[in-house]
Design a protein. Structure first.
Length: 207
């Protein structure tokens, strides 16, 4: 997991998570982050203060407020289920022991190419072990949802207005059919905006 990527501003990542109703937390197992961001790192190469420092560095990088260290697969599932009772959850895991928690979360994201079992348990698979890709996924999903709602609700509203005009005799059947075609084209053209890249795809930058 690359930790040389940090939020674009000191609170950029945290503000974005809070803006979509997410309270950041993490359950860390036996994997640690190396000097160059590689994962996993042999635990024997790190003493306890270094391990704690790595956890703190990682938490600060993504504005995490709660850390659950050295958790077993059962404990991860318990944490996810407890949080899911109060809100929708997103769990990111990269190992076989993360598979149960991935299935228990509202959305499970398999990270990297470490396990087929993990990939099958998740609803989303991110090949690149980069935190920016997770953030990019959040940006992309919210943009797609926003555009879809604009097309659907906008189309229904315009169609409703057209039906009101037709009900009062202000729109002939032929004109109504033409107007409906125009509304359909507007909805399609608006949806095509998702084919272009957004101006902002992630709140992370590479230092």
């Amino acid at each position: 997991m690359r930790t040389d990527e940090t939020p674009g501003t000191a609170t950029g990542s945290e503000q974005r998570l809070q803006g979509i109703g997410v309270s950041p937390g993490i359950a860390i197992g036996a994997a640690y982050i190396g000097d160059r961001g590689e994962l996993p790192v042999n635990e024997s190469r790190l003493d306890e203060p270094q391990i704690e420092a790595e956890r703190g560095r990682f938490a600060d990088a993504v504005s995490i407020s709660e850390i659950y260290a050295e958790t077993s697969p059962e404990e991860k599932v318990e944490i996810v289920r407890r949080e899911t009772e109060h809100a929708k959850t997103l769990f990111v895991g990269d190992g076989i022991n993360d598979a149960p928690a991935l299935m228990a979360a509202t959305v499970g994201i398999a990270f990297g190419q470490h396990s087929v079992v993990t990939s099958e348990a998740a609803r989303v698979v991110i090949i690149d072990t980069s935190l920016s890709k997770v953030d990019e996924l959040i940006h992309l999903s919210h943009r797609l949802r926003r555009v879809a709602l604009q097309s659907a609700i906008g189309g229904m509203l315009l169609s409703g207005i057209g039906m009101m005009f037709a009900a009062f005799g202000m729109l002939s059947p032929v004109a109504g059919a033409v107007a409906q075609e125009g509304i359909d084209w507007l909805a399609v053209l608006n949806a095509l905006r998702t084919a272009t890249a957004a101006s902002t795809q992630t709140d992370f930058r590479t230092e």
